[in-house]
Ligand binder design. Structure first.
Ligand code: URA
Length: 301
């Protein structure tokens, strides 16, 4: 019988399922045509991703454990509400909100940052220690969007620096990415909600123009929405996360992949396989973009 040969993706899949790869099932060397080289780069990234357990060094949390420095985000104040209830506050002040959004949509980075730090558009401006603009590389082809700063982020003024941030960094590392290059990380809300409660509709409505302007300035090639709030806020719908995962969504024309929030994953590590599938979809989607292909190919040279 001819020797069976596994592709990197097949080996990755076996590893993901904790199935030992039998000795002798070698990886086939890929022919060096441009198209195959690009595909190989994508598969290599997926294989690298699968061979790394991005949660290996991250202590997981019991579902009941209080988590001082990370949002619980599960009190679901907005669950079951329509997108208009979530995203649109009552009409008084609507025209000035509109004007404010338009003003923000014309800002450059320095003005945008200053405006975020000075913002008092909702009550979170009073309770925060620091507004958190974002973290990472600007411009970056990859944009990861979380929900809102937690306690540690509020203290330090930087996005995703608590336990969820550690896990996010591990996820990025497994993808061959890092916030030092290629990746920018932002949140829907720039200020921490007290007691880590879910963002409220008027808070999202007041803050979203900042994120929208960040996206316009960054011009990312791809967006990864971390959790339900980020996904629903960016997509302006009230679809459950389960309905949004697994297919490529769009923010304007930018591909958007939805996955679980790292804080949720810390409590539910069993879901890491689903997250891994989402991250692979993101890598594949990126590799399929014209510029993503070039980046992918040159990364292997
Ligand atoms: N969770 C988020 O959504 N964003 C942060 O910056 C930190 C925790």
């Amino acid at each position: 019988m001819a020797n069976k040969i596994l592709t990197p993706a097949q080996i990755a899949y076996l590893q993901l399922l904790d199935v030992p790869v039998p000795e002798g099932l070698a990886t086939r060397a890929l022919p060096a045509t441009l198209q195959q080289k690009e595909a190989a780069a994508t598969r290599k990234r997926s294989a690298d991703l699968s061979s790394v357990d991005f949660m290996a060094d991250i202590p997981v949390l019991s579902a009941e454990a209080p988590l001082a420095e990370e949002p619980s985000r599960h009190n679901d104040l907005t669950k079951g509400k329509s997108s208009s209830e979530i995203l649109v506050p009552p009409s008084p002040g609507e025209s000035s909100q509109q004007e404010r959004a338009e003003r923000i949509s014309r800002m450059d980075w320095p003005l945008l940052e200053a405006s975020i730090h000075a913002c008092r558009a909702c009550s979170l401006g009073e309770s925060r220690q620091h507004a958190v603009v974002g973290a990472g590389t600007r411009p970056g082809p990859w944009l990861f969007v979380g929900e809102a700063p937690g306690a540690e982020e509020d203290r330090r003024g930087e996005a995703f620096v608590g336990r969820g941030g550690q896990l996010l960094d591990a996820m990025l590392g497994a993808m061959g990415l890092s916030r030092q290059e290629q990746v920018y990380i932002a949140n829907v809300l720039k200020c921490r909600p007290p007691q880590n409660r879910d963002p409220l509709g008027p808070e999202v409505h007041a803050c979203l123009p900042f994120l929208q302007r960040q996206i316009a300035l960054l011009q990312p090639r791809i967006i990864v929405a971390l959790g339900r709030f980020a996904a629903q806020s960016l997509l302006q719908n009230a679809e459950p996360l389960a309905n949004l995962r697994g297919t490529v969504q769009r923010y304007d024309s930018i591909p958007l992949i939805v996955t679980y929030h790292p804080a949720y994953l810390l409590r539910n590590p069993i879901e890491k396989r689903k997250v891994w599938e989402d991250l692979k979809l993101a890598l594949q989607t990126y590799a399929d973009l014209p510029q993503g292909r070039e980046a992918s190919a040159s990364a292997t040279e």
